[in-house]
Ligand binder design. Structure first.
Ligand code: FMN
Length: 180
């Protein structure tokens, strides 16, 4: 199963357009459209509940549905516009919700995360108004994927400078789509 995690907020999202070009090459996919999902930051109550369930080994609880879906995907595509040097907060909320120890990752005896995800590739798709800086967006997701989830292959697909005066945003985007 190809899992498309879409965190593009705008209905006219250029990031989503670029992601569609990636998905077209991959085939059928299941989409999780984060802005429309009922997905919340972990409150103390939900965190305690999650800890209790994980400690009791109750991994089939509905609270972990998204974590299982992520862990079982064959390929993962994440789309996220470049926001404030990073990505929309809904994506961070998603990541903290799916990061369930015992489902997507577990710890070795010396405290290192060992990935438990099946995906052989994670593609991160983004567009930026100015120059794209990957430090707190792609680089972070790549580190999580490789070091914690066990997804060794990650790839960045990107178009930048879309909001800069004098730039032809449509042309830049079309070229990025053709290059996929
Ligand atoms: C809330 C917000 C924050 C943004 N922050 C940045 C930024 O830090 N750096 C940048 O180059 N562009 C920034 N932009 C511009 C977007 O990266 C750019 O317009 C992008 O193409 C939007 O993607 P979309 O068409 O998929 O919505 C920001 C846009 C918004 C709405």
């Amino acid at each position: 199963m190809i899992l498309y995690i879409n965190s593009c907020v705008r209905s006219e999202s250029r990031t989503n357009r670029l992601a569609q070009a990636v998905l077209e090459k991959m085939g059928d996919y299941t989409e999780v459209y984060l802005p429309a999902e009922d997905i919340k930051p972990l409150s103390e109550r939900r965190l305690n509940k999650r800890t209790e369930l994980l400690s009791a080994g109750e991994l089939e609880n509905a609270m972990f549905d998204r974590a299982h879906q992520f862990a079982n995907a064959d390929k993962i595509v994440i789309s996220a516009p470049f926001w404030d040097g990073s990505f929309p907060s809904v994506l961070k909320v998603y990541l903290e919700n799916i990061y369930a120890v015992g489902i997507v990752s577990h710890y070795s005896a010396d405290g290192k995360p060992i990935g438990m995800c099946s995906a052989d590739e994670l593609v991160y798709v983004t567009t930026a108004g100015g120059k794209y800086i990957p430090d707190f967006s792609y680089d972070y997701v790549k580190a999580l994927a490789q070091d914690c989830f066990g997804i060794k292959n990650t790839r960045l697909v990107m178009a930048e400078m879309l909001d800069i005066d004098g730039m032809d945003a449509e042309k830049i985007l079309r070229e990025a789509i053709e290059a996929v």
